[in-house]
Design a protein around this ligand. Structure first.
Ligand SMILES: Cc1cc2nc3c(=O)[nH]c(=O)nc-3n(C[C@H](O)[C@H](O)[C@H](O)COP(=O)(O)OP(=O)(O)OC[C@H]3O[C@@H](n4cnc5c(N)ncnc54)[C@H](O)[C@@H]3O)c2cc1C
Length: 488
């Protein structure tokens, strides 16, 4: 019998595990479907994979790393950091690898969660922490005829490192965060690279500076120096909420981004094809110094026409042009519907509560963590807690602290479970949706932040310090407490 079952061993699951250990709690397990920790950074090993939040900030506040090599580290360094942190805090013995959770069912009689595993095993846990991550299920578009293609096809999150791309004719589908990182890396050796674009993204320059040896030594010797650096990065990023809250300000910044694009591409027609038609910030702003200049290469073509069909060894676009290709790389991102949790496996809570049904119209939670009707179920990076402007690890740390506070209050009250009150959750979500009005996200673009009906259950629409402040302690009056009716 576990006190806590943590589902997922990425940044979120690790943070939860470390803080439980720091409190002396050892009756927990991380259930991870993969063979290693790291989540996003274990899976995304494509050429050029780097974070887009500065590494000193995109790391745990309690596990600083003074020797980050550059402002935005690559995936190897981030994954190394995750592995080192796992060892440093002694988390590994608590991880059960290759254990995919396939169902969660709350037993109101015993007040325990029944955790179903793909192996057929069933565990019992007082609390469940869902740290399954918002971006880990590759989105595989249905390209007509793809099954006939005899070349190589893979998704950017499942990079085929043993497949030689040099000298190949490559089609890369999508122009999102991953494609803008790997395309410039593979272009020089490719015979031809066709970049298929549906909607362009705003791409602004990246700070590519490395940290000097003396800067690393200074961070090592004077931890306060590292902390100040981290704080400066935090507040610089946080200042970007201003254009988010004031779209007119975003539009002024957009002029700079457009100027940068024209300058980098050096061709007005191409620049106009690469210019988004939405306000900057409405979709995730990407950072790269080599994406735009890549289109100056004679072997790189931007294809705007939609794909009509894939043949044995070519792609035909809607305008009838056929392009011979040896390999198709799907840089098409991830299935990011916040309801992914319910799509991935069934979750049933108190009688009458089934997450698939409760979230049919939209994923609503309380601070993205608690959901009415699902006692002792805590989510990390849940609905309306993703960010467009700062480090998600800041949010994860606030959420973990909140979950620990839920557990503390539960113990103090001598109760077996707590569940957020449905009316409180509804009021909270009204506030969130009100907060989204007038922001850059409501300026009319379609993005993975929104559902089909335009409602946004992805983004936290306020400052992150506000989230941190509001989740410092739980307000027990907003929760209902219950006791088991029978021993398990
Ligand atoms: C290429 C890429 C770059 C990114 N860059 C940034 C960035 O620069 N800054 C930023 O703030 N965010 C970035 N993100 C977002 C990123 O997802 C988060 O920063 C962070 O990694 C989320 O951590 P997590 O632990 O919540 O999820 P993940 O890292 O996705 O980990 C979830 C884990 O849960 C496991 N899992 C899922 N379902 C199950 C199941 N049913 N049973 C058992 N295990 C399961 C998965 O195998 C995985 O290991 C990026 C995302 C991608 C894809």
């Amino acid at each position: 019998m576990l006190e806590v079952a943590i589902v997922g061993g990425g940044f979120g699951g690790l943070c939860m595990a470390i803080q439980l250990l720091r409190q002396g709690e050892r009756r927990f397990a991380i259930l991870e479907k993969g063979g290693e920790v790291g989540g996003t950074w274990r899976d995304n090993s494509y050429p050029g994979a780097e974070c887009d939040v500065q590494s000193h900030l995109y790391s745990f506040s309690f596990a600083g790393k003074p020797d980050w090599s550059q402002r935005y580290a690559g995936w190897q360094e981030i994954q190394r950091y995750i592995l080192d942190t796992t060892e440093r805090f002694g988390v590994r013995p608590f991880i059960r690898f290759r254990q995919q959770v396939t169902g969660l069912h709350f037993d109101a009689q015993s007040a325990y969660w029944r955790v179903m595993l793909a192996s057929g095993l069933e565990l019992r846990a007082r609390h469940v922490v869902l740290a399954t991550g918002p971006l880990h299920v590759p989105h595989l578009p249905r390209l007509p005829g793809i099954e006939r293609f005899t070349g190589k096809v893979f998704h950017s999150a499942q990079w085929q490192h043993d497949y030689e791309l040099a000298g190949k004719r490559i089609a890369s589908i999508g122009t999102g965060g991953s494609a803008i990182q790997y395309c410039p890396r593979i272009a020089p050796a490719a015979a031809q690279l066709h970049v298929f674009q549906r909607t362009p993204a705003w791409v602004i320059p990246r700070d590519t500076r490395s940290y000097s040896e003396s800067a690393k030594r200074r961070f090592e010797r004077f931890d306060i120096w590292r902390r100040l650096h981290r704080a400066r990065l935090y507040w610089t990023n946080e200042s970007r909420v201003w254009p988010i809250f004031h779209p007119w300000l975003a539009r002024s910044l957009q002029r700079l981004a457009r100027w940068n694009l024209r300058r980098a591409v050096g061709d007005d027609a191409l620049a106009s094809s690469l210019t988004p038609d939405y306000t900057i910030g409405c979709k995730r702003v990407l950072i790269s110094n080599d994406w735009y200049p890549m289109f100056r290469r004679p072997n790189v073509e931007l294809v705007e026409a939609g794909i009509r069909e894939v043949r044995e060894r070519s792609i035909v676009t809607a305008d009838g042009v056929e392009r011979p290709v040896d390999c198709i790389i799907l840089g098409t991102g991830f299935v990011v519907d916040p309801r992914i949790y319910m799509q991935a496996f069934p979750v049933t809570g108190l009688p009458g509560h089934e997450l698939a049904r409760d979230w049919a119209a939209g994923a609503e939670a309380f601070y993205g963590i608690s959901v009415a009707g699902y006692p002792n179920l805590h989510q990390l990076v849940g609905p309306n807690t993703a960010l467009g402007h700062n480090s998600i690890i800041f949010m994860i740390e606030a959420q973990v602290r909140y979950v620990l506070d839920c557990m503390r209050v539960l113990r103090q009250r001598g109760a077996d479970y707590l569940a957020v009150d449905a009316d409180e959750q509804a009021r909270f979500n009204e506030r969130i949706q009100r907060g989204l009005r007038g922001t850059v996200w409501s300026t009319g673009c379609r993005s993975w932040y929104q559902q089909e009906d335009g409602r946004n259950f992805t983004i936290w629409p306020f400052s992150t310090w506000r989230y941190w402040l509001e989740t410092r302690r739980i307000d027990a009056t907003k929760y209902r407490f219950g006791r088991a009716q029978a021993k398990p």
